[in-house]
Design a protein around this ligand. Structure first.
Ligand SMILES: [Zn+2]
Length: 345
C-alpha cells in the first residue's frame, strides 16, 4: 500500500476547533514549512475552507519546485461520513453538521484531497513514522486524549474505516454506566472520564466543593485549570491531582482491556497532551489491564503467550510523535490512503 516517491510533495491540514495547521511535506525531507491560522468558526464553514485553501495554494506554490504533488491530506474532527466526506454534528465545530468538507475543498483546489478523522491521521503517523515503525508492527490501536478522546485503528497496514467511515469510536465506549453525560448522548463514555476536558472538569468540581485544598488554593491564586497545570500539581505531590490522574488511568484501563480482548493487537498507543503524564496514569491503567483482560495477562511482554508476537508481546505505550502526530499523519495521508480499502471495488 505504501507508495514511496522521494521527489513527492504533499500538503497536510490539521483542522481543529481553535486552530488550522497546514504543512508542506516531502518524504525525503520531512516537514518543509508549516503555518498556523485561527479557525474562524464565527464566519462559518465556507470561510474556514477559503482560509484553508488559500494557505494550501500558497504552500504549494512556494514548495512544489518540480516535485510531484501527490495530494492534500486533511485530519478533521469527527464523526465523518466516508467516502462522502461529510461531517456529522462535530462537537468541536458548531455549525458544521452535514457540511461536505471534502467536496468543498476539491472544488476550490481542483486536486485530490484525502479526508480522515484527526484520530485516524494520528494513528497513521504513529504507524508509519512512530512506534509502529520502531517496533516493526503493522497493526495497532491508538487513543488520543485531548478535548475529546479520539480513536484510530490500523489493521495489517490499513486504516480500519468500518462500513461508513465511523469505525474506531472507542472514545464513546461506556466505562461507567452511570457516569457523566457525554456529547454523544450516552453517559459514562471514555471521553467524559479520560479526556483533558474530563481532567479539568474533575479538578473544577473538587475545587468548587471545597474537597481539595491544594486545587482550591491554586484556583484562589487565579490559576486556570488545564490538564497540564493539574499534572504539574500532581507532580508536586498534590493528592487530589494525583487521584484525578489515577482515575483517568483506571478509565483508560477499563476501555483498553475491552479493546485488547476484542482485537488482540500487538500495540496500543496513548496519545494527545494527556499522554505526557504517562507516569501519573499508567500504574492504574496496567492494574486494570491485568485484572480485566486475560488476553493482556497472557500476552504482556515476557508472558507465556507473548512469544512470536511482533514487538515482543502486547505493548501499551505513550505515543512517540506527541502533539505533531495529527499534522504529520495528514501530511502522509495522500501517500498511504490514496485509495481507501472500501473504495477499491
Ligand atoms: Zn460519548
Amino acid at each position: 500500500m505504501a507508495m514511496k516517491n522521494e521527489q513527492a510533495l504533499t500538503i497536510g491540514v490539521d483542522l481543529g476547533g481553535t486552530n488550522l495547521r497546514i504543512a508542506a511535506y516531502a518524504p525525503d525531507l520531512g516537514v518543509l514549512n508549516s503555518v498556523s491560522l485561527r479557525t474562524r468558526l464565527e464566519a462559518g464553514p465556507l470561510a474556514v475552507v477559503d482560509d484553508m485553501c488559500d494557505a494550501i495554494i500558497e504552500l504549494i506554490e512556494e514548495h512544489q519546485q518540480g516535485r510531484d504533488l501527490i495530494g492534500v491530506g486533511v485530519g478533521s474532527p469527527g464523526p465523518l461520513e466516508l467516502p462522502a466526506g461529510r461531517l456529522h454534528h462535530p462537537p468541536n465545530l458548531p455549525g458544521w453538521d452535514g457540511f461536505p468538507l471534502l467536496a468543498e475543498m476539491e472544488k476550490r483546489l481542483q486536486r485530490p484531497v484525502v479526508l480522515e478523522s484527526d484520530a485516524n491521521a494520528a494513528v497513521l503517523a504513529e504507524y508509519a513514522l512512530g512506534l509502529g515503525k520502531q517496533l516493526g508492527i503493522d497493526s495497532l490501536c491508538m487513543l488520543t486524549l485531548g478535548t475529546g478522546v479520539g480513536n484510530g485503528i490500523i489493521l495489517n497496514g490499513k486504516l480500519w474505516h468500518g462500513s461508513t467511515g465511523m469505525g474506531g469510536e472507542a472514545g464513546h465506549m461506556t466505562v461507567y454506566p452511570d457516569g457523566p453525560v457525554c456529547g454523544c448522548g450516552n453517559t459514562g463514555c471514555l471521553e467524559v472520564c479520560a479526556s483533558a476536558t474530563a481532567i479539568v472538569n474533575a479538578a473544577e468540581r473538587l475545587a468548587k466543593n471545597g474537597k481539595a485544598s491544594g486545587l482550591s488554593a491554586l484556583r484562589d491564586k487565579g490559576a486556570v485549570f488545564t490538564a497540564q497545570s493539574i499534572a504539574d500539581a500532581a507532580q508536586q505531590g498534590d493528592p487530589d491531582a494525583k487521584r484525578i490522574f489515577a482515575e483517568t488511568g483506571t478509565s483508560l484501563g477499563i476501555c483498553l482491556a475491552g479493546l485488547i480482548n476484542i482485537l488482540n493487537l500487538p500495540l496500543y498507543v496513548i496519545g494527545g497532551g494527556v499522554a505526557n503524564s504517562w507516569e501519573l496514569l499508567s500504574p492504574t491503567l496496567f492494574k486494570e489491564l491485568e485484572r480485566r483482560s486475560y488476553v493482556y495477562a497472557l500476552t504482556a511482554p515476557g508472558r507465556a503467550a507473548s512469544k512470536g508476537m511482533p514487538g515482543g508481546g502486547t505493548q501499551v505505550l505513550p505515543a512517540k510523535l506527541g502533539a505533531e502526530a495529527g499534522l504529520l499523519g495528514a501530511c502522509i495521508l495522500p501517500m498511504y490512503s490514496a485509495k481507501p480499502s472500501w473504495a477499491s471495488a
